[in-house]
Design a binder for this molecule. Structure first.
Ligand code: PLP
Length: 429
């Protein structure tokens, strides 16, 4: 059979009813542990001589079905699902820089990621360098010193909808033997698949548009399966003998999958942010409508962006659908399925008027999630990105009057009418 298309994979990939009493909907394996058949079986599982499940913190069939489905959608070779997007990001970067080193990172990132970069990683001996050179790969190349263990970017950034050229970034990174990690949360594999553009590792907050109903916290780590970047000299952690593995290294056990294997064996196992089987099940159901949801979110966001751009209450608008978009050329080339549900705009008024505007909104939910079926509005500099100091806000190009919208699945006319009445209530029209 030919390679299945995206929309078929989102319904069928990674699960076969024949393995589960012909159940069409994946069962929720609500169990902590799995019986050993005998002592030999137990030993084989512990030393990875035999595939199987041991304990749900490190593996559960429902969680595997979820990871396998996203793996197929992204065209990845290996995948693991974890308990949150932050766990996916932290475990990935710890796995790459477990011996220390520098992560060269985009400044256009989720606020929680910047917070971890400021407060967590330096304490663990990992330096973070935020650089706007991600916009200019030639300049970026000059910053790739021997100490750099990874380049970290968001494909479409939160909250600004910056779009980076992953093809070009990957080219310069690979010249220096450095892997590129892409947080693809805002894009989802429906809009953009980083591994097809040279990236090596993809992380997700599956909490957002990937599963799309604002009802689970979940994350994923995926990789391309190319382990050749992880040399013994630069990444010795993958080649060290581990007692539990009978003195073998992670690279000995899984030569084509030691990056995710070590992330699971060390970080998921020992730091422990496991995804629950219930949540994995809800995630699988969410994935079944990924294309339909993200297409509608993109078209709703485009309509809202066009309205905002024409409004005298608004100073500027950022969304890939607009002719005025800063990365229009890249968007035309890469985002052929739509610009995504997230847009931002600047309120043309005083901070008090902006507050009055937010407080007058009736249909949009005022909270920090995004990618939900419900439309959301938030004043990012005061909330989702309040961890950023003035320099970081400036570097990230987040003006104080920025308002972020995540378009949901409602009727766009109702959403636009809500914005109009709130602008009026705030005296902005
Ligand atoms: C929300 C978000 C995260 C963090 O994910 P959680 O599931 O909330 O831990 C990471 N990256 C981006 C781009 C996000 O929007």
């Amino acid at each position: 059979m030919a390679e299945l298309k995206f929309d078929t994979k989102k319904i069928k990939a990674g699960y076969d009813s024949k393995d589960n009493n012909l159940a069409i909907s994946p069962p929720i394996y609500q169990t902590t542990s799995y019986d050993f058949k005998n002592t030999q079986h137990a030993q084989n599982l512990f030393t990875y001589k035999e595939a199987g499940y041991l304990y749900t913190r490190v593996g559960n069939p429902t969680v595997t079905y979820f990871a396998e489905r996203v793996k197929a959608l992204d065209g990845a070779k290996n995948a693991v699902a974890v308990g949150s997007g932050m766990a996916a990001i932290s475990y990935t970067l710890l796995n790459l820089a477990s011996k220390g080193g520098t992560i060269l990172a985009s400044p256009y990132l989720y606020g929680g990621t910047i917070d971890a970069f400021d407060r967590l990683f330096p304490e663990l001996g990992i330096k973070i360098k935020l650089t706007d050179a991600v916009l200019d790969p030639q300049k970026l190349e000059e910053q790739i010193t021997d100490d750099v263990k990874a380049i970290y970017v968001e494909s479409i950034s939160n909250p600004n909808a910056y779009l980076l050229d992953i093809d070009e970034i990957s080219k310069v990174a690979h010249k220096h033997g450095v892997p590129v990690v892409v947080d693809n949360t805002l894009a989802t594999p429906y809009l953009y698949r980083p591994l097809e553009h040279g990236a090596d590792i993809v992380v997700y907050s599956a909490t957002k548009a990937l599963t799309g109903h604002g009802n689970i916290i979940a994350g994923l780590i995926l990789d391309s399966g190319d382990m050749s970047l992880y040399t013994k000299e630069k990444y010795p952690q993958f080649y060290e003998p581990i007692v539990m593995l009978g003195g073998k290294s992670t690279a000995d056990i899984f030569p084509d999958n030691f990056f995710i294997f070590r992330a699971t064996l060390v970080y998921l196992n020992l730091l422990g942010a496991a995804l629950s089987p219930q949540d994995a099940y809800l995630g699988i159901i969410g994935l079944e409508t990924l294309s339909e949801r993200v297409a509608k979110q993109s078209s709703n966001a485009a309509k809202i962006a066009a309205y905002l751009e024409s409004s005298p209450a608004v100073e500027w608008v950022r969304h890939p659908s607009l002719a005025s978009y800063k990365f229009k050329e890249l968007a035309d080339k890469y985002l052929t399925n739509g610009g995504g549900g997230v847009l931002s705009f600047g309120v043309k008024g005083t901070p008090e008027q902006e507050a009055k505007f937010i407080n007058s909104i009736k249909l949009f939910h005022y909270h920090v999630n995004l990618g939900d079926a419900r439309s959301l509005i938030v004043d990012s500099p005061n909330t989702t990105h309040s961890e950023l100091n003035e320099d970081e806000l400036k570097l990230a190009d987040i003006p104080h009057n920025l308002v972020r919208i995540s378009a949901g699945l409602e009727d766009a006319d109702d959403l636009i009418a809500d914005l109009e009445q709130a602008f009026t209530a705030a005296g902005l029209l």
